[in-house]
Write a protein that binds this ligand. Structure first.
Ligand SMILES: *[C@@H]1O[C@H](CO)[C@@H](O)[C@H](O)[C@H]1NC(C)=O
Ligand SMILES: *[C@@H]1O[C@H](CO)[C@@H](O)[C@H](O)[C@H]1NC(C)=O
Ligand SMILES: *[C@@H]1O[C@H](CO)[C@@H](O)[C@H](O)[C@H]1NC(C)=O
Ligand SMILES: [Fe+2]
Length: 624
């Protein structure tokens, strides 16, 4: 009775495109268990694949890639682009966000991506099915989840397929440590927190001087004036339509300690009910629940933000490229490699997440429809949809997390430390690739296809903040960013992270099982956590988004550029750069795998060992 049958998915996905009108995908209206969920996804994939018309033009290119200036068959090239422009079209969004592919080539690409997605997800489903059954059968082991320790027992001898190495070391033992909570803002969920700029920003709430001084040795205003104060704001969740679960709409302050230099939590406000403000001077139970309540809001933010910030951005930028670059263009070939499976996720999100009664309604504090609307809002007006201003380092700089003109630097910033290594190595490889084809900046400026891509992106595709591409640096910049979004950025927020740490229990539930307390001194934090049926459904959903079976295969980030067919039709400089990238990633993988707790019980300044970006574990592509 505890199995994941509580998962209910619904699907009303209607595509209309070119010659084939009104493709109606399978619809589920009854609650689904995992077997049924797999069947629904399979049917979705099958329906799209079968709907690809037999006479879809074949745009596969088999020759040596070259930029248009060097192509001796410009007419053929132009015809190929026209064929794509006629048959790969901007259709209505699916599951919100920007335009979604339509036209017969659009449907074929979607079918290919869904087919590849189906292959990837099959071992996850198989593993989850076994793991779920075992976990449900072990229910006596959890003693009805009456205490926090009972939640820890959920992991004993469980989830061996979908979480083969267990959650990140420290997750089950050190979660009450304040540093665990604060450092999550700088590792597995790095997109919410920002440094408050002295004299420029404003403080959203106040803390009594005595309390602040007792915790941080300084008043709130002193911390603010010294550039030591940070803020995470989830107040916009207060107005969202509620599901049957609960959540607050927290905002919270963090600070850099004047003695230790540690990045620590200062205070959390709920913004619902009695609008309580918590600090570590409250009881241990109250303070722990406050941190859990902020985590609930942060999980909502980070999941829907990632959909907007990674999936939806690369989706539309790639669509503009498909409509303007010849398949003979080396940049098209590179994008075709990096954008593997990009189009699969929106129909999957529609099918299993957003429909009324589907997984968001079942597991999160707010409805599935509101998750989709929140995502679209983040995409369109929330900043997540922007391209150039969201470049890795610019975006961190804008939030005062690196190169800050105010206050001390962060002593540890694990996301930046790890993502930089991958980002910089990818940038180096992509620079070698671009420089191997363009002898000068002006060669880029005179590549009419590249210019058409930028114009298309800024025009009909309506990509937000897409850069002009007038020199080698510009082209390297946009390619590096797209590679970053589908790999480092995505897998920090999603993929294996959900099980590893971001929704690990008891500290990071997707929702509360009852309303936030209206007064302090609660007796038992576990009373507020999800019950077993929800817990098992949560594991199932996270397992579907994990890609544990990819570890060690040629689908990992290590192999990002390692496509023998593609490289054989490029040039030796690109092949050499791809090999260098691979050996650098191999070395980094060994470093990540070798991480241990130091004598202080910390790793990268955190009481847990973060391995999200091991290049030999995560996919090179966006995957889920
Ligand atoms: C899940 O659904 C399938 C198909 O309807 C059914 O055969 C199976 O018994 C169900 N499993 C559970 C655990 O309810
Ligand atoms: C498209 O053309 C390529 C190269 O000629 C070929 O390998 C491939 O099988 C073709 N695809 C289809 C669907 O016919
Ligand atoms: C975190 O947990 C590990 C064991 O899981 C322990 O060795 C380490 O000392 C803990 N760190 C802190 C700061 O408590
Ligand atoms: Fe994702």
């Amino acid at each position: 009775m505890f199995a994941a049958q509580v998962i209910k998915a619904g699907l009303a996905l209607v595509l209309s495109f070119g010659a084939v009108e009104g493709l109606a995908l399978p619809q589920a209206t009854q609650p689904l268990n995992l077997t049924q969920l797999a069947a629904l996804l399979q049917a979705t994939i099958q329906t799209v694949i079968e709907s690809v018309p037999a006479n879809t033009p074949n745009i596969t290119f088999t020759g040596q890639y070259q930029i248009p200036q060097h192509d001796h068959q410009p007419l053929l090239r132009a015809q190929g682009i026209t064929l794509k422009r006629t048959n790969f079209l901007y259709g209505p969004p699916i599951a919100g966000g920007p335009a979604f592919p339509t036209g017969v080539i659009g449907i074929e690409k979607l079918a290919n991506d869904l087919g590849a997605f189906g292959i990837d997800i099959t071992p996850q489903f198989q593993g989850a099915l076994i793991d779920d059954t075992v976990a449900a059968a072990q229910y006596q082991q959890y003693d009805n989840l009456m205490t926090l320790d009972d939640y820890v027992k959920l992991y004993t001898n469980n989830w061996v397929h979908v979480l083969p190495h267990g959650p990140d070391p420290g997750v089950l033992t050190n979660y009450t440590d304040d540093l665990f909570f604060s450092m999550e803002r700088l590792s597995n969920s790095p997109y919410a927190v920002k440094r408050l700029r002295p004299h420029y920003d404003t403080l959203s709430f106040n803390i009594d001087d005595k309390i602040a001084k007792k915790i941080a040795g300084k008043s709130l205003n002193q911390l603010f004036a010294e550039g030591r104060l940070f803020y995470a704001d989830y107040r916009d969740q207060a107005a969202l339509p509620k599901s049957a679960q609960y959540g607050a709409a927290c905002d919270g302050y963090f600070y850099i300690d004047r003695h230790s230099g540690d990045f620590l939590p200062l205070a959390i406000r709920t913004n619902v009910g009695s609008n309580l403000i918590y600090t570590r001077l409250d009881t241990a139970n109250d303070w722990l629940l406050a941190k859990i309540m902020l985590n609930v809001n942060d999980f909502w933010f980070s999941q829907w933000n990632h959909l907007a910030q990674t999936h939806e951005v690369v989706q539309i930028a790639y669509m503009a490229a498909i409509r303007t670059l010849s398949e003979a263009h080396p940049v098209m070939a590179m994008l075709n490699r990096l954008m593997h499976e990009v189009f699969a996720i929106q129909p999957v999100a529609e099918a299993i997440l957003f429909q009324p009664g589907a997984t968001v309604d079942q597991l999160f504090p707010f409805t599935g429809q509101s998750a989709q609307d929140y995502t679209t809002k983040r995409y369109k007006t929330g900043g997540a949809g922007a391209v150039e201003s969201q470049y890795f380092k610019s975006e961190l700089r804008a939030r005062g997390l690196i190169d800050s003109p105010y206050g001390p630097a962060l002593k540890h910033f694990p996301f930046y430390e790890d993502a930089s290594i991958i980002h910089d190595a990818a940038e180096k490889a992509l620079r070698a690739f671009v420089e191997s084809y363009y002898s000068s900046d002006s060669a880029v400026a005179h590549d009419q296809e590249i210019q058409a891509w930028a114009k298309e992106a800024q025009g009909p595709a309506a990509v937000i903040d897409f850069p002009s591409i007038s020199c080698i640096d510009d082209l390297v910049g946009i390619l590096t960013h797209m590679a970053h979004l589908v790999s480092t950025s995505h897998h920090t927020s999603n993929t294996n992270e959900l099980l590893d740490v971001s929704s690990a229990l008891p500290f990071s539930p997707p929702a509360l099982s009852q309303a936030p307390p209206t007064s302090k001194n609660i007796a038992n934090v576990a009373d507020y956590l999800p019950k077993l049926d929800k817990v098992l459904a949560q594991f199932t959903l996270a397992a579907v988004f994990a890609r544990s079976a990819i570890a060690g295969t040629e689908k990992t980030l290590l192999h990002m550029f390692d496509d023998a067919d593609m490289l054989s039709r490029m040039n030796s400089k690109t092949a050499k750069a791809a090999a260098t990238f691979q050996s650098e990633m191999q070395a980094f993988s060994e470093e990540v795998r070798g991480r241990q707790f130091g004598a202080d019980g910390l790793s990268q300044g955190m009481p847990f060992i973060w391995r999200a970006l091991d290049p030999n574990v995560v996919p090179y592509y966006i995957a889920t």
